[in-house]
Design a protein around this ligand. Sequence first.
Ligand code: 6PG
Length: 235
Amino acid sequence: MASDDVVLPGTEVVLFDDKAAVAQAAADTILAAADAAIARHGRFRLCLAGGTTPTAAYALLADADADWSRWWIYHGDERCLPITDPERNSLAADQVWLNRVPVLPGQVFAIPAELGAEAAADAYEPLVAAALPFDLVLLGMGEDGHTASLFPGRKVPADRLAMPVHEAPKPPPDRVSLTTRALSQSEQLLILVTGSGKADAIRGWSAGEPLPVAQVATAAQSRVLVDRAAAAGLI
Ligand code: 6PG
């Protein structure tokens, strides 16, 4: 769908009618990226988004036919909660998708956030270093323009790939996040934004506000899939 009215600096924007259309397009894009990466270098290195927006796309991937043994799965951020806590990003992806397809357990890398933010970031750092560059990084956006667990006004160390986060404005307060440096080392970024709650942040992004999602998006080749509700202030 034409999206000339929605301009987000440094990104390609594709506008969809609703969340379901965004989810389908996201699943299709991920599967196409997987085919291309496997053809190019024998594996698909995918970094997942947390939150609720991507779960509809994950559910579609659960029914897809793919060469799952070639998929290597990482997470862009994780909440410091017990591994069985329903609010864990990794649990959501496992339940709707990864437990339903034959990905190899040794190729799915959850962030060990149950260890605490510092220990988990230190443990995940070398795994990310060994994975880079990603073939696709999937991201969401919060109502304040955060992405992964990179929140407005927070310093992001330039010399780290994974970082501890405390006092996050979006609960839970303690998290682990990949940094801009890690998230931007990817063949492509795919950013999913749906729902009227994101309209203010989309407007700010379009107006050039230095939101975390904008800073990450301009650091790599980015495509934003947005629905009409989130783009309401611009169309
Ligand atoms: C998290 C996510 C976070 C999320 C946005 C959007 O752990 O909360 O990683 O960055 O992507 O907050 O969340 P929704 O998709 O639930 O709106």
